[in-house]
Design a protein around this ligand. Structure first.
Ligand SMILES: Cc1cc2nc3c(=O)[nH]c(=O)nc-3n(C[C@H](O)[C@H](O)[C@H](O)COP(=O)(O)OP(=O)(O)OC[C@H]3O[C@@H](n4cnc5c(N)ncnc54)[C@H](O)[C@@H]3O)c2cc1C
Length: 469
């Protein structure tokens, strides 16, 4: 479809020059950071509102003209959620980047949706407070993180973004501005629509403001590294760690084949290459005495569980190198990746699910390097399109496209069998849409369709995402 001259006239009245229409500038708005190339599609125009009033006027216009609207935060998503699959326009929140209210007395901050996470962390630090969720890319917008219910490594102890959202301002498909929640902690007052909007991936409304709850800051952080002979033995140690009664801030598992890729990319080194995999644990507490005491108890548990070594990386530089390597794993692995998965299974199923992934690797002859969040069940496996030997990518694997589709199917079947979900933190978007009914079942799908129909009867908001309405 093409945008009508009536659309252009009204859009210019609302936004003036803040509309991108030059075809050479539209391409970057046609994809996110997910690997599959088939999900790319540039919009016909990009609108750049600065506040909820402009968002409301744009949505009214697009509802009247039946123009699809795909909301885009920073485009760091990994599910092709912000790709305008059915054409129409992209509404970017990139100019909606103001901090509206910092309120230390209520331990809250209210921001516009386009505030990048990096800026949020800085603002919260100025308040001497702490916002724990840390999805891997700090360029992501707060609105995008809420719309995807992003997770990250610290979810073990603190939960995902959902746990910190107290209030939202949302513009509905017809342009109505809806204020939900507030600065209060408890509410048994009507349906909890804040929760409905979190994770809705731009299909139910445009989030324009977010009020987040904050915590007192942590005084000390320690990082432990424990290499293990196999990935299965590393993951098998997690119940013993949790059995100590201490909840680490993060428990990450990483295969050393992936570490080699990131080391080369960053020219930095991981503290140990003994064995096939490592557990990296982050402990936080009120002061060094507290975190060191935690490290001692957990170190003993790791040794008893078969760790080849337990290293306390108390030097700041070393700790930073390790965290940087961990945060760049996806970047390192992406050039050889056909598809990245982010399944989540009950904690007790992680080890056997990873065993299943390894058997798939052997039977299909495709490397499926894996890392993830060991203590919350969120596993990132990657089916590759290129061979991988000693941390170096080789040539393209024959038939990788078909192999990748068949690996995806087998992997998701295993996840569903174990009572898990096909996406723990990246969302369904376009990439996993086909598999959602296999995970949720017909009644769940029917309820979601009814909700979509009630809130967006014309189907203009991010059409074609999550499921077909
Ligand atoms: C290197 C790397 C590491 C990553 N690590 C993690 C990780 O550890 N954990 C994790 O959870 N994710 C991770 N991600 C994925 C990504 O950063 C998150 O999904 C992030 O929350 C997306 O934010 P965004 O602003 O980029 O959203 P986008 O990609 O722009 O959009 C994501 C979805 O949200 C919708 N949306 C965006 N803004 C709004 C809004 N204002 N209102 C309504 N809908 C909206 C879009 O339509 C789309 O469906 C990683 C990505 C990269 C590239």
């Amino acid at each position: 479809m093409s945008l009508s001259s009536a659309w252009w006239k009204r859009a210019r009245d609302i936004l003036g020059e803040r509309i991108v229409s030059d075809p050479s500038l539209l391409d970057p708005y046609g994809h996110d950071e997910s690997a599959p190339e088939e999900f790319r599609n540039p919009p016909e125009a990009v609108v750049r509102p600065i506040d909820e009033g402009e968002v409301s006027a744009v949505l009214k216009l697009c509802r009247d003209e039946r123009v699809p609207v795909t909301v885009r935060g920073a485009g760091t998503g990994l599910a092709a959620g912000c790709v305008p699959a059915r054409g129409g326009i992209v509404l970017t929140t990139e100019l909606m980047n103001r901090v509206m209210d910092s309120d230390p007395a209520n331990l809250t901050i209210t921001v516009q949706a386009g505030v990048p996470l990096r800026k949020l962390y800085e603002e919260v630090a100025k308040m001497s407070l702490y916002f724990p969720p840390h999805p891997g890319d700090e360029g992501a917008h707060v609105g995008g993180a809420v719309a995807a219910n992003a997770g990250g490594a610290r979810a073990v102890k603190y939960g995902t973004v959902r746990r910190f959202v107290l209030g939202l301002q949302v513009v509905l498909a017809g342009g109505e501005i809806l204020d939900l929640g507030g600065k209060y902690i408890k509410s048994s007052t009507g349906y909890h629509l804040v929760d409905l909007m979190i994770g809705s991936e731009g299909t139910l409304g445009v989030i324009t403001r977010i009020t987040l709850s904050l915590l007192p800051p942590v005084g000390s952080v320690q990082t432990l590294l424990a290499p293990f002979a196999t990935l299965e033995s590393a993951i098998g140690a997690v119940p013993r760690v949790l059995g100590t009664g201490i909840l680490p801030c993060a428990v990450e598992f990483i295969e050393h084949s992936v570490v080699l890729l990131a080391e080369r990319l960053l020219n930095k080194s991981w503290p140990s290459h003994e064995g096939a995999a490592s557990l990296m644990l982050i402990l936080d507490g009120r002061n060094d005495q507290d975190t060191l005491a935690q490290a001692e108890v957990i170190g003993t548990a790791l040794e008893q569980a078969g760790a080849l070594d337990v290293l306390l990386t108390d030097q700041k530089g070393r700790q930073a190198d390790m965290l940087e390597i961990r945060s760049m794993l996806y970047e390192a692995i992406r050039p050889g990746t056909a598809e990245a998965f982010d399944i989540c299974v009950p904690r007790s199923e992680i080890a056997s699910h990873v065993g299943f992934v390894h058997r798939l690797e052997e039977t299909r002859g495709v490397p499926i390097p894996t890392y993830g969040h060991a203590a919350d069940g969120n596993v990132h496996s990657h089916s590759l399109r290129r061979s991988l030997e000693n941390g170096v990518f080789g040539g393209e694997l024959p038939g990788w496209r078909e192999q990748s589709a068949s690996i995806r199917h087998a992997l998701y079947e295993d996840v569903v069998r174990r009572g898990g979900v096909i996406s723990g933190e990246h969302g369904i978007g376009l990439v996993k849409k086909e598999y959602l009914p296999m995970n949720l079942g017909p009644v769940h799908m029917a309820v979601m369709r009814s909700i979509k129909k009630a809130l967006d009867p014309e189907g203009i908001l991010n059409p074609g995402k999550i499921f077909d309405a």
